[in-house]
Design a binder for this molecule. Structure first.
Ligand SMILES: [Zn+2]
Length: 286
């Protein structure tokens, strides 16, 4: 079974604020090149048996993807998709939104993004969300990595902060997105020592030198069993990500550098993320 733990849906025209539009333009990304993201999501993640799907709520950087939109999209293929609600602690009504996502929209987990939301990951507002998620068995996937978005402190994306969160909330299942790039070493330190903290491999393969080094670092620390497969659609597709991850050793050519073993690569791709995160297969729920 292949689980893609990291896929997005959104409507750039309706859901992106001015700052986000400007940041994307500055980085040469044209949202129109993604086409109709919601319509493409199903076929672009078809290579995964199960896909976790979320939007982002982050007013500080211009993301305002309604949780209803994501929940409705997941209902279009309930046997294969899992809905995670996105909660922005910068909003005064975030607690109500959390309970609404959980009770009314049926989210199975939560998506957070401190560097996009402009709130420190150790802020008491996040602590309330961590406690709720821990109490209700909702895994949290949290963006811990740099970003093209501007205007918020890079410090909020440092994976090392999540070590304290894991200590304070030992039963909370956490996934640190994107292996925490460019702090992969910090991420590995955190996932290795905290039993319920994992990382995902999304949006990394297209920086081949960094990706190869990260994979070797994982092997050397024997932490690969804590890593889950993910794509970050629409920034890439599930199929391209599978190909990219399997191609990690292409950069070596005849350099004599040690390859990433095939069993490590396939082990991550076929990791049972649902069991590790305490999630039911969508077929069981549908
Ligand atoms: Zn993402």
């Amino acid at each position: 079974m292949i689980v893609d733990v990291h896929t997005h849906v959104f409507r750039p025209k309706a859901d992106f604020g001015p700052r986000l539009v400007a940041d994307l333009e500055r980085c040469g990304v044209d949202p129109a090149s993604w086409g109709d993201v919601c319509a493409r999501h199903r076929e672009s993640t078809a290579a995964a048996d199960v896909a976790v799907v979320f939007g982002i709520q982050a007013a500080a950087t211009g993301w305002q993807v309604p949780n209803e939109l994501v929940a409705a999209h997941v209902r279009s293929e309930p046997e294969r998709m899992i809905f995670f609600g996105s909660i922005d602690p910068g909003q005064p009504d975030h607690r109500e939104e959390l309970e609404r996502c959980h009770r009314d929209l049926g989210c199975q987990g939560i998506k957070l993004a401190p560097i996009y939301q402009g709130v420190h990951p150790l802020d008491p507002r996040y602590a309330g969300i961590y406690a709720y998620a821990e109490k209700h068995g909702l895994p949290i996937l949290i963006h811990m990595a740099t970003t093209f978005s501007s205007g918020t402190p890079l410090e909020f994306a440092r994976p090392a902060h999540m070590d304290q969160v894991a200590i304070d909330h030992p039963e909370l299942k956490l996934v640190l997105a994107h292996l925490g790039h460019p702090w992969e070493g910090e991420t590995i330190a955190v996932i290795r020592r905290n039993p319920n903290v994992f990382a995902d491999l999304s949006a990394l393969y297209y920086r081949p030198w960094q990706f190869y080094n990260s994979m070797r670092l994982l092997c050397e620390y024997h932490a690969e069993h804590k890593v889950l497969f993910g794509s970050d659609f629409p920034f890439t597709t599930t199929e391209d990500s599978l190909r990219g991850v399997r191609n990690v050793n292409a950069i070596l050519a005849s350099s004599g550098l040690p390859p990433v073993p095939a069993e490590v690569i396939e082990g991550i791709i076929h990791r049972d993320a649902l069991a590790l995160l305490g999630l039911k297969h969508p077929k069981e729920r549908a």
